[in-house]
Structure formats: C-alpha cells, structure tokens
Design a protein around this ligand. Structure first.
Ligand code: AMP
Ligand code: ZN
Length: 454
C-alpha cells in the first residue's frame, strides 16, 4: 500500500509497525455548530483509508477526538472562543452546545456508514493528562509565561519549521504591528491559556492556583499519548492543519516525550461549493440534511467525493451530485442483475485492479473506472465481488439491492403476457404500476429486465 506522506512530501510504501493494530488518529470536529459537507470531507475520505487498510489484511486502532474546548476562531491564539461563541448564539451553556453538536456529528457519521472508531475522545475528558504534558514541556524548558497563557517557545524546538516547510523569517517580517510584545516569536503558541481578571469563560480548570484551559493543539498530543502511544502509524487531517495545528502538535509531543508523533501524515484538500469557498455570507453552506431534502442520500455524497481524489480540490454542485447519484444507481442496477438469471462473474481481474488503485494512495476514481468496465461487461457480479465493492467503499451497493417482491415479479410477467396478446392498454397500466413501485423495465433480446429508477 502506498500513501502520500506530507512529512516527506513523497508517496511511500506504508508498512505499519504492527499490522494487527495500525494506530490512526484523525483530528475531529469542533462541536460549536453543525458540521457541513465540507467538514465531512475528511471523515469520508479517511473511511476509505480504513477500508483500504482492512482490504490489505490490516486491522486498525483508530481514535477520533472531539474538540469541545480551547479552539479560537483563528487556529492560532486570537479571535473568539468557538465554544463560547456557539453558546451565546444558541442561548445555551457551552456544555449543552458541545453535547448537541457532538450528537449531531455522530448521527451524521453513522448515516454516512463510516466505520466507528475504536475510541471517540472529548478534549474536556483529558484535562489532567493535558496538565502532565504542560508540566513536562515546562520542565524541558520549552514554555514561558505571559498574561495570556503558557506559551511554547518555538525557537527552542529547532525542527519547528520542518513539517510545514515554514519560512520563519518571513513570518517574523509579516507579523502584525499589534502583535503581543509578550510573545517571543510569531509562531509561538499557547499550550495553556489563563483566564484573565474580569474575563468570562465557562470552561475552566485550576492549574497552579489559577483558572485556565488548554490551548487547542494540546488535546491531540494528549489523546494520542493516552489512547494510542507514540509513534502512531497515521495521523490525518485537513490541509489547513499543516502549518499551525499539526506543526504545534508535533512540537508538543516531541518536546514533551522526545519521540516521533506519527510515521505518516495524510491531509485532505478542501471542497468548494459552486466555485466558491464555503461560507455563510455566500449562502452556500450545505448540510447532509439539505442534500436529503433535495432527494440525495449520504451515499450519493460519498460517491461524489470518491469520484475524486482526497488530495484534489473538488467543486461541489447539485449537478455533480446528481451525476454521482446516477453512477451509484448504475452500480446498484449492476448488482440487481444477480436476481435476473444473468450469468455471474467474480471479476477477479477487475477486483485486483481496483485494489491496486486503492493501494496507490487511495485512487478511488481509478477504482471506479475499473468498476465501470465490469458493469459494461453485461455480466452480473458474484456475491464475492459485491462484498468487495461494499467493503471497499461502504456504499451498500449489495445490501441496498434485494430481489423484488413476488407481487412485482407477477406484474412483470403479466405485462409481458399482455404485450404478447397485444393488449397495450393493460401492458402500459402495469408498467405504470411497476414504475410507481420504483422500477423501470428494459425490454431486451434476452427478455425483460428490471432496474431501479433513477
Ligand atoms: P471548522 O469547524 O470550520 O474549523 O472546520 C473544521 C475542519 O473542517 C477544518 O479544520 C477543515 O479541515 C475542515 N473543513 C472546513 N471546511 C472545509 C471544506 N470546505 N472542505 C474540506 N474540509 C473542510
Ligand atoms: Zn489535531
């Protein structure tokens, strides 16, 4: 299996330290609002990663975190606190807000048919462990205190610029004028924030006799340390995480424990909607519920994503989604051939080629091109091939295509008889009834076949 490793900027052969326990961590959502189709891009693509690992005989141990504290509207240390902002907006407590959006996130996660992680960890459940890392970093001399919080001195971590290929000189030159004079370097970041006098912050914990809360990046270092242990095999996130969030996670983990954090780093690109960045002001923020209101299923969205590559910027539109839906229906009709006396094939060659595509840095688009070839053959898929398709993509191609009812079968036969008797009115009426049940009929040389209506 080959994967693009952001760390080396190269496609590398992936060999896990332990094939029976491939340690994976995916940075999770900040639960201050509903997750939109852009946010779900990452989780949907990482599901493909997990499925591909399984197809290769690996077993994963995957942890997903839920950010319910510490994330400011900028990924660095300024802007509003996202959780507090969500609470004000909704007229709820931060804890209620966290619970509500976390529940919604997990519900959508399941609706998408994504494989459940081994552990889903809320940042606020790991405060004690956070504090241990803060202490370790302080002891190692990486931290300095400011009125805002305990900051990581990035100049003391010589590798700091390496992961994101940062130009620290440029960063320094471009630092804003109002830049806090307590911060030693523009790239320094808070590992622990203090609550200042008069400041209103609902989530707070006592540390060194004062109230405060963890900086956003800390939870990932902590949860990985507690739940998986370093180094992990694969760490995943959005490309926006490279220059700040993941760079800071690495500094914390390597600074505190002197070990490599992760062997592989995978990053998914962003989707745009109708050519534009997803934003409230443009009115192009869509949720899975918006798609279902327009008659599209979570599987259609997945199909749309998997037609492209996780590292490519993709543009979402309802036309594209309709095209993905049609393609998925095509696969379902392929699967439905197995009920209709059509000769079956294992498609062993196609199966091997599809796996090879997935093993080439998750080339799902290539795998679907191979599957299209199988569909064109006119043969029906064997149970084994269908299982492979569903294991690989989680699109329920096999599960969602049961045989039709006896009643419908009788109607199809009655229509064929009516046609033979030239009773076209009756034949048309039966065809309409069959259509109302969601099926269309194809009259071909080898008799009539039914299909799911698009
Ligand atoms: P946010 O809650 O807005 O901070 O978003 C959480 C994460 O979702 C970001 O860090 C991104 O990695 C991811 N994300 C947000 N928008 C998009 C998008 N349009 N496409 C892909 N990923 C996105
Ligand atoms: Zn993270």
């Amino acid at each position: 299996m080959k994967l693009y490793n952001t760390s080396s900027r190269k496609i590398e052969e992936f060999i896990p330290a332990n094939p029976n326990e491939v340690k994976i961590y995916t940075c999770g959502p900040t639960v201050y609002s509903f997750a939109h189709i852009g946010n779900f891009t990452a989780y949907t693509y990482w599901d493909l990663l997990i499925r591909t690992l399984r197809l290769n005989g690996f077993r994963e141990k995957r942890v997903l975190n839920i950010t319910d504290v510490g994330h400011l509207t900028s990924d660095a240390d300024d802007g509003d606190d996202k959780m507090e902002k969500g609470a004000k907006r909704d007229g709820k407590t931060v804890w209620e807000v966290a619970q509500m959006y976390m529940d919604d996130f997990m519900e959508n996660f399941r609706k998408l048919g994504l494989i459940e992680p081994y552990a889903v960890c809320r940042a606020t459940d790991y405060i004690e462990a956070d504090i241990k890392i803060v202490e370790a970093l302080d002891k190692a001399g990486f931290l300095y205190d400011t009125t805002d919080g305990l900051y990581f001195d990035t100049s003391k971590f010589p590798k700091y610029a390496e992961f994101a290929r940062l130009d620290l000189e440029n960063l320094r030159a471009g630092a804003r004028v109002e830049f806090s004079d307590e911060k030693r370097n523009p790239s320094d970041f808070a590992v622990w924030k203090w609550i200042r006098d008069g400041e209103d912050h609902a989530m707070k914990w006592e540390f060194r006799g004062r109230m405060g809360y963890p900086g956003w990046h800390l939870e990932c270092s902590t949860i990985i340390h507690e739940k998986l242990g370093e180094p992990i095999d694969i760490h995943c996130g959005g490309i926006d995480h490279i220059p700040i969030h993941h760079t800071n996670e690495i500094a914390q983990t390597e600074g505190a424990f002197g070990v490599q954090m992760s062997r592989f780093w995978l990053h998914n690109n962003f989707i745009t909607v109708e050519g534009q960045k997803i934003s409230k002001s443009l009115g192009n923020v869509y949720y899975l519920s918006d798609l279902s209101e327009r008659g599209f299923s979570p599987a259609d969205y997945k199909m749309w994503l998997y037609q492209g590559h996780y590292q490519a910027e993709r543009d979402f539109s309802f036309e594209q989604l309709a095209a993905a839906h049609a393609r998925l229906m095509n696969y379902r009709n392929f699967a439905a051939l197995r009920w209709q006396g059509v000769e079956k094939s294992d498609f062993a060659t196609e199966k091997a080629e599809m796996l090879e595509c997935l093993n080439s840095n998750l080339n799902s688009a290539g795998a679907f091109a191979v599957l299209d070839g199988a569909v064109k053959s006119g043969l029906a898929p064997s149970d084994d091939f269908l299982k492979f398709i569903d294991d690989a993509f989680g699109l329920s191609v096999g599960d969602s295509t049961p045989d039709i009812s006896d009643d419908l079968k009788e109607k199809i036969a009655a229509r064929t008889d009516a046609k033979a008797e030239k009773d076209y009115a009756k034949a048309d009426a039966l065809r309409d009834e069959i259509a109302d049940a969601g099926f269309e009929l194809l009259d071909g040389a080898s008799g009539v076949k039914w299909q799911y209506k698009n």
